[in-house]
Design a protein around this ligand. Structure first.
Ligand SMILES: [Zn+2]
Length: 105
């Protein structure tokens, strides 16, 4: 059985990073609301949209990381979710939350 504890650690770290990033942007948004009050400001709306899409990205990545951690737990980590072949160490090192091999991804 392959030892995936290294990848598990990477995934845990990645999850912490994502949670930190999301927590930070939420804090920044609160600060901004306090500063600007209810003043209508088109520029502010634009910035808020950009931040929302960054949050979406982080949330999607977080979901993938959590799914990968679940696969480590149930022993299916490292196998392609489409064809079942090994994903490959190089790809897992680059993208530890990858769910598919290079051919299927
Ligand atoms: Zn595959």
């Amino acid at each position: 059985m392959t030892d995936y504890s290294v990848y598990r650690q990477q995934l845990m770290r990645l999850r912490d990073d994502l949670l930190n990033r999301m927590g930070k942007s939420q804090q920044e948004e609160r600060d901004e609301v306090q500063r600007e009050g209810n003043r209508d400001n088109a520029h502010l709306w634009e910035e808020s949209d950009i931040r929302d899409s960054l949050d979406d990205q982080a949330e999607q990545e977080l979901a993938q990381v959590n799914a990968a951690l679940a696969r480590v737990e149930n022993g299916t980590y490292g196998s392609c979710s489409v064809c079942g072949e090994p994903i490959g160490e190089k790809r897992l090192e680059a993208v530890p939350h990858a769910a598919t091999c290079v051919n299927c991804g």
